[in-house]
Design a binder for this molecule. Structure first.
Ligand SMILES: [Zn+2]
Length: 101
C-alpha cells in the first residue's frame, strides 16, 4: 500500500470507530467481541434489556478514565473522552437509564 492509501485507511477506521461508539461508555463498538447487531450500546454496558450497572455520568467518567490510565492513554485522549461521554445518548438530558441527581 502507498503512504496515502495507508493514511486514508487509518482515517476511515478512526472515522468508523468514532461513528459507532457505545452510547454509554464511548467504547468503539468495532472492538466489542460480543456486540449485538443493531444495539447502540456495547455488551459490557447493556445486555439488550437493561444496563449492566446503574451509574451516573460522573461514575462513568471515573470508570473510563481509570481504564484509559491503565492503557497508558495520552492526557489528550483522556480529556477528549471526558468531554465525549457527555454527548452520548445515555447521558443526554432526559435520557432513559440515567440516574437522578
Ligand atoms: Zn459501553
Amino acid at each position: 500500500m502507498t503512504k496515502a492509501k495507508k493514511l486514508i485507511a487509518a482515517i476511515k477506521k478512526q472515522w468508523l470507530a468514532e461513528r459507532t461508539r457505545c452510547q454509554s461508555c464511548g467504547m468503539p463498538l468495532i472492538y466489542d467481541k460480543n456486540y449485538r447487531p443493531g444495539s447502540i450500546y456495547c455488551s459490557y454496558c447493556h445486555d439488550g434489556e437493561s444496563f449492566a450497572q446503574d451509574m451516573s455520568l460522573a461514575d462513568m467518567r471515573v470508570r473510563v478514565d481509570s481504564l484509559l490510565q491503565t492503557r497508558h492513554a495520552s492526557s489528550l485522549a483522556r480529556v477528549y473522552m471526558r468531554m465525549r461521554l457527555a454527548t452520548l445518548k445515555r447521558w443526554r438530558r432526559g435520557a432513559v437509564g440515567k440516574k437522578a441527581g
